[in-house]
Design a protein around this ligand. Sequence first.
Ligand code: DX5
Ligand code: ZN
Length: 226
Amino acid sequence: MFKLAPSLLAADFWNLGPQVEEVVRAGAEVMHIDVMDGHFVPNLTMGPGTVVKTLKKHCAGLDNPPILDVHLMVTDPDFFVQPFADAGADWISFHIEAAAHAHRVCQKIKAAGCQSGVAINPGTPISSLEAIIEDVDFVLVMSVNPGFGGQKFIDHTYRRLARLSALIDAADNKPFIQVDGGVGPGNIAQLVDAGMSVAVAGSSVFGRPSPGEAAAELISLARKES
Ligand code: DX5
Ligand code: ZN
């Protein structure tokens, strides 16, 4: 079943709690947390002890606490898995480009009690996922170059999703597919048709005047309810 993962990167940090509550109440089941270390990408964002721990604590009081989805855009994912798991992450993804020991990172995520995901940049061949596909719970396909929100969706993502679906068809393991970057009302339904089951959406949710209404609209477009 499709899930929407609003990306906190685009949220109003002055107003973080109410914004999270608003999108969760509108039906968002996942909160996407972009972790950038200033090395793997040229930006710095959120850490375990601040944002993730706070979200875990306060979301516990909601009727439907969201899945906390940590996207590690860092050069040393091995180092960051445990602190984010301890802070309350439910899903953790790391970049295939950053992991010299992808299998070990993946096992570490699972041993910490989280679902493990592998993320892949637009310029990295889908074939580089062949060995790790049997071990991950999900694949995060970047549809922009990581580092910033609000970028334009890269169209060759559709071709990459077709390649990834073929790779998954041929594997014993069946990870779900998350797409991240430039996802909005104009492409969400087509992405679902191409195999996406979790959509990350930053500016198309928190960049809109009513994030709750924007989230509800995206969910209904993805589920083809209208
Ligand atoms: C980019 C991040 C994305 C970003 C998406 O490096 O991984 O999660 O927040 O933002 P939008 O939806 O605005 O492209
Ligand atoms: Zn992300």
